[in-house]
Design a protein around this ligand. Sequence first.
Ligand code: GDP
Length: 434
Amino acid sequence: WLARCFSTALSPVSEQEQQALSLIRNIGISAHIDSGKTTLTERILYYTGRIREIHEVRGKDGVGAKMDSMDLEREKGITIQSAATYCAWKDKQINIIDTPGHVDFTIEVERSLRVLDGAILVLCSVGGVQSQSITVDRQMKRYNVPRLVFVNKLDRAGANPWRCIDMARDKLKLNVAAVQIPIGLEEQHAGVVDLVGRKAFYFEGPKGEKVVEGPVPDRLAAEVESRRMELLEKVSEVDDLLAEKFLSEEPVGPEELRAAIRRATLALKFQPVFMGSAFKNKGVQLLLDGVLDYLPCPTEVVNEALDLARDEQRLVLPCAPGGPFVGLAFKLEEGKYGQLTYVRIYSGTLRKGDSVVNMSSNKKAGARPPGADVRVPRLVRMHANEMEDIGQAAAGDIVAVFGMDCASGDTLTDGVKLAMTSIRVPDPVMSLAL
Ligand code: GDP
């Protein structure tokens, strides 16, 4: 297997595979309670066509009467409950991984952070950075998760996205800058101006499904230029290529600026701020564009495994569909149809009917001993409220397996003696240690 690993390391991913992998995003959404994470997730599933209806999740800030939790569960269905939900935006695939709202570093939280490659931090434009925003951001920081910020609830009385940005700098110590400015706040909130391309966007139709593009309104022209300058400054501080251009006072075009924001975000040196109102159906589609533009695809993230044949030495596992199969069972769910195991595939390809080996040395009561063969009788992709049987899935993807016998946190392989580190390693070694 060393030889196999070595050969995949030399030419980890073919151009065609790289192209396919560049279309995948594995993301999490985290927030202080009541900031609108559920509403945002639901809107995302709606705009990506995964659910046909959106529900007004009503709560304490006066939008309406609160549904009881049973109603809420029913309304949300398995949608938001799933450990990972698949949706498609434009020509790309987004897997939304549920990050438990626990306030501390439980193993469950760490494991969910392990399998995502990027995240959206939702802030309430009235509450700003709140206690749990600090906790969840600390978790993201600890595991080097690149992130975007979404300032939500711009329609609410007292909405102030600029105060949120100041708070993110002061309290979260983030190098943030707005990539959008609002067109109107509170009841006047109508859309946003994208600072990168200098274009206004409005959201029309009964559920904001129609994104209408327009010129920057005259009254906002000066603000757009000054906020765009601030964005350029912040990104230039951490990106040499953009800094060169910025200092020579050359104009910076949209594509160039977008690429610089992407580099800075992936390098964890910058966090672009989006804004809108999930509840009023404003801004969500542009946030999805932002996920594609600025968050990493699976090959842009360094993943480490432990070499079980060599004293658990750490090595980088290339995200190669043609490599040996290595996956991590990160969540088990007991459903109507039996046990469902969510698996992030880190290397190789998993096929329905395969027999894989459970490499986990973490032998739990009731679990099968390490090294035992585990069958993959049925492989599915979880959509919002349905599941789709699939024949195979490859490195970079997240799928679920029915009827598989293993425990959460177990590494499954095709026999290679590797175990995934159960948490994301903060300082990954950069070369394959062979
Ligand atoms: P979570 O606890 O972060 O999942 O938050 P929810 O999505 O359940 O939202 C909490 C409350 O805020 C609910 O009453 C939502 O209807 C409301 N809410 C969510 N997004 C917005 C928004 O953009 N504007 C307003 N005014 N209310 C919102």
